[in-house]
Design a protein around this ligand. Sequence first.
Ligand code: GLY
Length: 577
Amino acid sequence: MRTALALLLLTTPAFAQEAADAVAPEAATGLAPEVAAPVTSTDWMVTAANPLAAEAGAQVLRDGGSAADAMVAVQAVLGLVEPQSSGLGGGAFLVWYDAATGETTTLDGRETAPMAATPTLFQTENGEPMGFFDAVVGGLSVGTPGTPMLMEEAHRRWGRASWSGLFDDAIELADDGFAVSLRLAELVTGDAERLAVAPATAAYFLPNGSPLQKGETLRNPAYAATLRALAAEGTDAFYSGEVAEGIVATVRDAAQPGVLTMDDLAAYDVVERPAVCAPYHGTQVCGMGPPSSGALTVGQILAMLEYHDIAAMGPDDPEVWRLIGDASRLAFADRGRYMADSDFVPMPKLLDGAYLRDRAMLLSGDDALPEVSAGSPPWDHAALDFADDVSLELPSTSHISIVDGDGNALSMTTTIENGFGSRLMTPGGFLLNNELTDFSFRTHSDGVPIANRVEPGKRPRSSMSPTIVLRDGAPVMVVGSPGGSRIIGYVAKTIVAHLDWGMDIQQAVALPHLVNRFGTYDLEEGTAAEGLGEALTAMGFETNVRGLTSGLHVISIDGDTLSGGADPRREGVAIGE
Ligand code: GLY
């Protein structure tokens, strides 16, 4: 038995640099980075974005808890130590592989538009879309949170530990305090102006008017009290009563008030949905269907790549990135037109094999596609006459991957949307999401409706792509990432790196990013990805060098060996025994 932490070796942001300094990386020759071996284990594994959160989950697994039990403990701590990314005030999607039945299913804990929300929620008096941050900051962007009920539902179905005990670590950390991490301190400093708008948010993140500092001890007794109530009474203590009243008052009393009510909270429900699976090189890549665009878009990209021998080409060949980049652009064109909450918008068959073969044939040239548009997928019952939408989604969010001692696997991406969400701190000690800004701000384009427009009771389209890859019915990869709509590219690329290029899971996670969604090829700053820019430009792509802060937390499974990878671009770790 062994316990180890994944080492952080890629050298982009300052917070990653600290850990990287401990083990100097060798110079990489091509795109594939030289990194420490992944954490390996034989019994269980948890990987998440913060060491305190991962350790809370590890202790649950050590004590014989299931992956669902461990997730509850991880999420409860993440909401405290990484409050900018996820928490009780947000939403999440979960993919579950059940070792006893061999079934894979998903839970949709997405935030939901209040019943008083209208399609013009994010429009000015003149009918023009509001500025993005004008819409984000305040109550207007807050959807009914889903994460608490998702935690409870996962535990009800698949838990075996006592629910009330799963909050102990988070309660203790909230009462006694934890050391503010460099990443949190940097993000608070960078967002200080917006965090100052609501007094309760300012009081927590900007005590005495100054941003929290790295290493400072931060306590959150209000959050501890909320967790105690959740632990004792379940989510009734969240969706009704004092905590719910605090949420509604925070939304409605904000400088820019929103329309959330106690009835919206009382009506919230988690939805079980079938996993959406796409075949890829003998595996089934299974993830979250609508309202997430994740599994459909990742599945389309991989299906198109199957027609090209990218395994033989390898990661240093610009041709590989032409194929991945344009497959991604084609998939994003379909995403923009057709994908939205399928409870409101009947969708065509976006993973149809013959349709995707035709789309893949569009990639048979040598140069970047000059233009890309949505295709004409087959349909039985669908609404097709939609205008294209490119809603802005900025990176925040967090990803948790867990395999437990029985072989159950859990992949969960969890979010409050933008970093620090709506910037509204509730009396219950957690931030509220701004998930409603994942809807299109426009309702129509040239008179044609947009599928992802705001409607009461609808769930905004997501890019979150929690994924479990199965071979012969058993999981071989548990993967997911934060990163706004770039999540889709991060996840697809990590699957390719591990399955096609044979990279171990830590190397696949650390592989520099090249991401194309809408035409411009984003190349990860300070990495070997920059070196491919010239070749991609010669093919006709626009390129843009920038930071690409994914947060991939991945487990690979090979026989009895579990290998954990944690993204060196953030503060996460993998722990296994
Ligand atoms: N808000 C990020 C996502 O749902 O994709």
